[in-house]
Write a protein that binds this ligand. Structure first.
Ligand SMILES: [Ca+2]
Ligand SMILES: [Ca+2]
Length: 447
């Protein structure tokens, strides 16, 4: 069992997948695996930057001006203050005039012009005729805890998916492969998938009674104390089932605006569940085959995937140089147009020591907490292409230092309550570059 690849969520060390609701209510403490963030490590901001000002969709070319005496504004005076030509569009019922500039300006530029006009004699007020939008905050009851999806605000660095959702939730012809532990039945994931595959060759690791098959369901990856002590899984660490792939899948594609649970970033796209991790991880050879298959390429002994993925989300890794087996598969997937998004790793170390984070051509994702700083566990270095919210239990969702047991700074997503085999739907907080990766994959599925 050497050289196994493991899922990259730190919460795995917490063993127990806790129901989000109980966490929120009871603030249960979890085992701490904290380590101090290393000095001088890179600090990055979230995936989606603030809009470029000139493209700010809130901008317009109009300023509303009202004179104290109800007269018509002097367009020469307005033009002088605006520094450009101004025309009067129409008079409103309350006496205000809608004036038009020569082109669209950012909200900040409009505010500056309006401020100068407002200072003119006899002007009652002048204000930007700003664009308004339908409030699209989804009705998913747990959306309020999904801080990482909010618009950036003072000191906080959400990726602002509601603004993206004004434009699209993704389309069903875009497939995102989740190469992970498989997936469990979940009300917030029902109908969100296309048929996947189980690539685990080793029956013991697979834990589903067989080897490769067309069922990517996650039967659980628990390891008992006895198994940890002796035999195939000796030294793996006893743990309850992680339902890691279900958590990752929810971040990418949980149903949004269905009045249940969480919102997914690209809920209009489809998830392709590809199972490669079982008890105590998975093998490079199975993962490489899964990468090829997910991208629509031929794999010996496996029917061709009829729904090739445009994005491969790979929240796993292990120590070492990039194996040629990975690089060949990644090259093949990229050659047919797939984007390969991989986790940087959770060892507070240089990602160049982790595969597939260090493979060529992949998008390697580091993790940030609520304030946009690097999460204490996240790998870093020049192998990292991008950072995204992966959660940081030391930083609460409001940006303050988290109290013990406050998990609001982690990432909430879909999970299962089963300690071993699947039981009922729940939602839970996890943190890790495993959680950061699907944020990038989800955004990639939107663009
Ligand atoms: Ca199987
Ligand atoms: Ca939902």
């Amino acid at each position: 069992m050497s050289n196994v690849t493991v899922p990259l969520n730190k919460a795995r060390s917490n063993k127990r997948a806790l129901a989000l609701s109980s966490l929120l209510i009871a603030g249960l403490a979890v085992a701490s695996t904290n380590s101090a963030a290393s000095a001088g490590a890179t600090s990055r901001t979230a995936v989606v930057a603030s809009p470029i000002e000139s493209r700010d969709p809130r901008g317009t070319d109009q300023i509303i001006v009202r004179m104290r005496d109800g007269s018509t504004p002097d367009i020469a005076a307005l033009a002088r203050e605006a520094g450009e030509s101004v025309s009067l569009n129409r008079k409103m019922r309350d006496g205000g005039w809608v004036s038009k500039l020569s082109g669209r300006r950012s909200p900040a530029a409009l505010a500056a012009i309006a401020g100068r006009i407002a200072a003119l004699p006899n002007v009652a007020y002048a204000e930007p005729d700003l664009k308004m939008f339908a409030a699209v905050t989804p009705n998913d009851p747990l959306f309020p805890v999904q801080w990482e999806l909010f618009a950036p605000s003072a000191g906080l660095s959400g990726i602002n998916t509601p603004a993206a959702w004004d434009i699209t939730h993704g389309t069903s012809d875009v497939v995102v492969a989740v190469i992970d532990t498989g997936i469990t039945a979940h009300a917030d994931l029902a109908g969100q998938t296309v048929p996947g595959y189980d690539f685990i060759t080793n029956t013991s690791i697979a834990n589903d009674g067989g080897g490769r098959d067309a069922d990517p369901s996650d039967p659980g990856d628990w390891v008992t104390t006895a198994e940890n002590a002796l035999g195939t899984f000796a030294g793996c660490g006893a743990s309850n089932s992680s339902w890691h792939g279900t958590h990752v899948s929810g971040t990418i594609g949980a149903k949004t605006d269905n009045a249940i649970g969480v919102a997914g970033i690209a809920s209009g796209a489809k998830i392709l569940p590809v199972r490669v991790l079982g008890k105590c991880g998975g093998s490079t050879s199975d993962i490489a085959d899964a990468i090829r298959w997910a991208a629509g390429l031929a794999v010996t002994g496996v029917p061709t995937n009829p729904n090739p993925a445009a994005v491969l989300s790979i929240s796993l890794g292990g120590l070492g140089a990039c194996p040629a087996t990975y690089q060949n598969a990644i090259n093949d997937a990229m050659a047919v147009g797939a984007s390969v998004v991989v986790a940087a790793g959770n060892s507070t170390a240089d990602a160049s020591t982790f595969a597939p984070a260090n493979c060529a051509g992949v998008i390697t994702v580091a993790a940030t907490g609520a304030t946009g700083n690097r999460s204490y566990y996240s790998n870093f270095g020049t192998s990292v292409e991008i950072a995204a919210p992966g959660g940081d239990k030391n930083v609460a969702s409001n940006g303050t230092v988290a109290a013990a047991g406050d998990l609001t700074g982690e990432i909430a997503s879909t999970l299962n309550s089963g300690l071993t085999t699947p039981s009922t739907d729940i939602y839970a907080y996890y943190q890790g570059t495993s959680m950061a990766t699907p944020h990038v994959s989800g955004v990639a599925a939107l663009v």
